[in-house]
Design a binder for this molecule. Structure first.
Ligand code: CAO
Length: 541
């Protein structure tokens, strides 16, 4: 009997993430049974037992990071002779050089016949002569972004995504799960997106990216469990991209029933799981102590409205389809409080109009709108009240303060609402912000926003001031913790202590996440904002 250490072999990356621990102390393992599963950016791989025995010690857990040569576990082997034999194998077994953990770089891909914007994508050198296609992630007609997985292939010990080398539409793809494919063989053809299509896509990606940015709350996870009928107690088979997707949406893969071969979980299974959770009745507060993803509301019945008169059914826009679920989630998952206030912007308006006259004389191609001053005042208020410039960590245990001030502005477009971001608002002047606001509004309306235009916001402003209304309750864009709604100014009589004076009042509606911000801070922020807008000289201090 002897106890041997199993160390992490060279897996090609300096440090890898443990995504699954497959055994526990006391478990018997056979040679080659997976002990842990590690993941690099694009590949996951089993770290197998180099010999049969009993797990003597294992302290690693999913989420830990581990480097080459670090202890994975110790195994008590039944036969010490065998141990000596396999000890060396323990370090060499995964043969990562062959497996090639990194997803082949885009440059490695063979792309030929770049005619009429249709390009062939061929399997790059993945280290093995022939690999098994275990998942086909897209189909002909699907839009793909650069680096989005087209297929997932598997070697003996690792699975890896074969990503799209550029954005476009899948023109042809005949592979299916179970096929074998070798280096240089055709994976698919992609027609690169035309400018117009690209724009539409970016909007979708933009929204998807916002969804990704939104940290799933702890509650969302908790409440998925009571409705679950399936629990995978064995090893979960899923590609790196599927695991990443599960992490992004806070989905526990052991709860998802895999529909592919060997019960492998594919993206569609996760989508289906989320859909089921959304429509499932939520657990009662007595068994989870929290509010969940779905709502405990009676199901809506399908109604034939045509019985009552003429109707027309129009499909939701792509943006609406994408942003709807995240709005729904944010609305249900975040305890919103909305603080209303009004700011006297009489002086600000005088100044703004005077400046606009100067700009007209200069024949400038932009105007200064009240929103730009709101942007500037919000940036200052965020500096004064940094809790509004924060995010709640995914585990709900800490607050992440941001030292930069990027503010998103909701823009109404013919295709739906988009939310581009103006970066470093605190460092920019009124003119610069006016120009940028004009540019991003135009880009948004023309569907020309790029991914970087809509990422990295700390706070959002939604201005309906140009349209009308007295107040509204905006929905927080998680993981941001607050959003400001701006409504239309009204001339109002305001008591100055001796008499009523006509003052131009700007209505402000500040929604904040009550888990992070308490009511007193909410009132302080909106008071600061109101004061800054009433006397814009304060913005200089
Ligand atoms: N009160 C009174 N007038 C206002 C105002 C306010 N709070 N805010 C803007 N205005 C005026 C502007 O000064 C402008 O007047 P002039 O044409 O005389 O100069 C006019 O209203 C139109 O302004 P605008 O809307 O074009 O420009 P903006 O800078 O105020 O806003 C933008 C830009 C992109 C935010 C806006 O066009 C927009 O899309 N708003 C809708 C946002 C939205 O849909 N939010 C809801 C999200 S939740 O579904």
């Amino acid at each position: 009997m002897s106890i041997e250490e199993v160390k992490l072999p060279d897996v090609g990356n300096e440090e890898v993430l443990i995504i699954e621990v497959c055994v526990k102390v006391g478990d018997s393992v056979n040679e080659d049974d997976a002990i842990i599963v590690v993941e690099t950016e694009k590949a996951s791989m089993d770290i197998p037992a180099p010999f049969a025995g009993t797990i003597e010690s294992l302290t690693l857990k999913a989420g830990d990071k581990i480097s080459t040569g670090m202890l994975v576990c110790t195994i008590k082997s039944a036969d010490s002779q065998e141990v000596v034999k396999v000890e060396t194998v323990a370090v060499e077994e995964p043969k990562v050089e062959e497996v090639k953990t990194e997803t082949p770089k885009v440059e490695e891909k063979v792309i030929v016949k770049q005619t009429s914007a249709v390009s062939e994508v061929k399997l790059p050198d993945v280290g093995n002569e022939e690999v098994l296609v275990i998942e086909v992630c897209v189909k002909a007609g699907d839009s793909v972004e650069v680096d989005e997985a087209i297929i997932v292939v598997e070697t003996e010990k690792a699975s890896m995504d074969i990503p799209a080398p550029f954005a476009g539409i899948i023109e042809s793809l005949t592979l299916k799960a179970g096929d074998k494919i070798s280096t240089g063989m055709l994976v698919c053809t992609i027609k690169s997106t035309s400018a117009v299509e690209e724009n539409e896509e970016v909007v979708a990606v933009v929204e998807a990216a916002k969804v990704e940015e939104k940290a799933p709350t702890k509650e969302l996870k908790v409440t998925t469990e009571p409705t679950v009928v399936f629990k995978n107690t064995g090893k979960v088979y899923a590609s790196p991209s599927v695991r990443r997707m599960a992490r992004e949406y806070g989905v526990d893969l052991t709860l998802v029933k895999g529909s592919s071969e060997k019960n492998r979980v594919v993206k569609e299974d996760i989508r289906l799981f989320i859909k089921q959770q959304l429509s499932a009745p939520v657990a009662t507060s007595s068994n989870t102590g929290s509010i969940g993803f779905g709502s405990n509301l009676p199901e809506l019945k399908e109604i034939d409205f045509s019985k009552f008169g003429e109707i027309e059914k129009v499909e939701l826009s792509r943006i609406q389809k994408i942003s709807g679920p995240s709005l729904h989630r944010n609305y249900l998952a975040i305890p919103h409080v909305t603080q209303f206030d009004e700011s006297d912007i009489t002086a600000l308006e005088e100044f703004r109009k005077a400046q606009n006259e100067v700009l007209t004389k200069k024949k400038a191609d932009y105007k200064i709108s009240p929103l730009v001053f709101v942007l500037k005042a919000v940036a200052k208020a965020l500096q004064i009240h940094p809790i509004f410039n924060s995010s709640l960590s995914v585990d709900g245990q800490s607050i992440i303060y941001k030292k930069y001030i990027n503010i998103a502005v909701a823009v109404d477009t013919p295709n739906g609402l988009v939310v581009p971001v103006i970066k470093d608002v605190d460092k920019k002047g009124i003119e610069q912000l006016s120009i940028e606001l004009k540019e991003i509004s135009l880009k948004a309306r023309d569907g020309k926003l790029k991914l970087e235009d809509i990422q990295g916001a700390c706070f959002t402003i939604s201005s309906l001031g140009g349209i009308g209304g007295t107040a509204f309750t905006p929905i927080i864009n998680a993981p941001e913790v607050a959003i400001l709604g701006v409504s239309k100014t009204q001339m109002k009589p305001v008591w100055n202590g001796a008499q009523f004076e006509p003052k131009l009042m700007l209505p402000l509606s500040l929604s904040y996440d009550h888990r992070v911000i308490d009511g007193a801070n909410g009132a302080r922020f909106s008071t600061t904002l109101s004061e800054l807008l009433s006397d814009i000289r304060l913005l200089l201090i």
